[in-house]
Design a protein around this ligand. Structure first.
Ligand code: HQG
Length: 180
């Protein structure tokens, strides 16, 4: 993806996950925004975009962050919201272990309170270590936590798998973390 597309993609993440007010609009309760409104809003920020470019950005997005409705009239982010929207996540039985990437400076608090969703709607987990390394690396030297998700599921906790393969849950108590 070229730099201009990357910049536009970040703006779309901001609008569809956190702040549609940035382009004076709002999402519906399921997180959808009319495609035309998004295009007009992005253009108002001086960025060149049309349906074809938007489709290309959605298709080439490295994490498949966005989805069009079947009729291509609306668009939403698959996960990662801080806004309270219901993206109709599928509840799924998780594998025995999932991973979370963080950094050492948060570990004292994580040992005490477990993993919290902080500003987002869920705690984010990945099925492979490599993804967790990338997530943690956004903040510094990554610390990778292994979560006993199978045990959590058997204890009655719910897990969701987003359209783009991110595992989500409400909270992870410290007792489910493999801590040395
Ligand atoms: C930490 C990106 C202190 C947590 C990524 C994380 C991911 C605690 C931060 C997605 C804590 C929250 C999500 C506690 C958790 N005390 N710190 N008790 N519990 N934390 O960004 O998982 O590019 O909301 O470890 O790739 O880092 O946006 O979550 O460091 O998939 O699509 O609090 O965002 O994807 O940070 O990242 P975030 P995350 P996108």
């Amino acid at each position: 993806m070229n730099n201009q597309y990357k910049k536009t993609s970040k703006m779309i993440s901001l609008i569809l996950r956190h702040n549609p007010g940035y382009i004076n609009t709002s999402l519906d309760e399921n997180g959808w925004l009319p495609v035309d409104e998004l295009i007009i809003g992005i253009r108002s920020k001086g960025i060149n975009i049309d349906r074809k470019i938007l489709k290309e950005i959605v298709e080439t997005n490295n994490k498949k962050r966005f989805t069009f409705s079947d009729d291509m009239m609306r668009i939403r982010a698959n996960q990662g919201h801080s806004l309270e929207v219901d993206v109709e996540l599928k509840e799924v039985e998780p594998p025995e272990y999932l991973f979370h990437g963080t950094v050492d400076r948060f570990m004292q608090s994580i040992r005490k309170d477990g993993l919290l969703k902080m500003n987002r709607q869920h705690v984010h987990l990945s099925k492979d270590r490599e993804t967790a390394v990338n997530v943690g690396s956004r903040r510094g030297k990554p610390v990778i936590l292994t979560v006993r998700t199978g045990e959590m599921y058997r204890d009655g906790f719910s897990f969701f798998l987003s359209e783009n393969g991110v595992w989500l849950t409400e909270h992870i108590q410290p007792k489910y973390l493999e801590l040395k």
